[in-house]
Design a protein around this ligand. Structure first.
Ligand code: AMP
Length: 131
């Protein structure tokens, strides 16, 4: 059965898309740690990032870099933090989180509540900066 993230990449479940190519897809996390918190996935369904074949792994990190550069331009922050957890969704994903401090990468803290309009605005701002 397809994972929820495969359904998102296929457009069967809505998402706030930030970037896409043939093999990778990036979209806003629905429970963000900070405005602009983005998930980057390979379209290939593999649960654990270190089970990816080398080409997909390297392509994913290059794609995530492109998204992170755009994210930093769109959202004022000191750096983009990177995390891989996969405790909830068994489909490889990289979290990109705009950081003001190291506390912004604490996954146990309360998540931000954003309106659909704000999610849309943020996704469009990031997408506009993708090169
Ligand atoms: P983890 O697997 O531990 O890395 O966590 C999964 C992440 O996916 C969490 O941060 C969730 O908020 C996020 N998430 C789960 N479902 C969706 C969805 N439909 N759209 C966007 N983000 C999601």
């Amino acid at each position: 059965m397809a994972t929820i993230f495969s359904k998102i990449a296929a457009g069967e479940i809505p998402s706030w898309k930030v970037a896409e190519d043939e093999n990778y897809y990036a979209f806003l996390d629905i429970n963000p740690l900070a405005e602009g918190h983005t998930l980057v996935i390979p379209k290939k369904e593999v649960d654990y990032i270190f089970d990816l074949d080398d080409d997909t792994y390297l392509g994913l990190t290059a794609f995530a870099k492109k998204v992170a550069v755009a994210l930093k331009k769109a959202i004022p922050c000191k750096r983009i933090g990177v995390a891989v957890l996969g405790m909830e969704v068994p489909h490889t994903h990289i979290h990109l989180v705009p950081l003001q401090s190291e506390r912004d990468l604490d996954f146990t803290k309360e998540k931000k509540q954003l309106s659909p309009e704000r999610f849309k605005e943020i996704a469009e701002a990031i997408a506009a900066n993708i090169e």
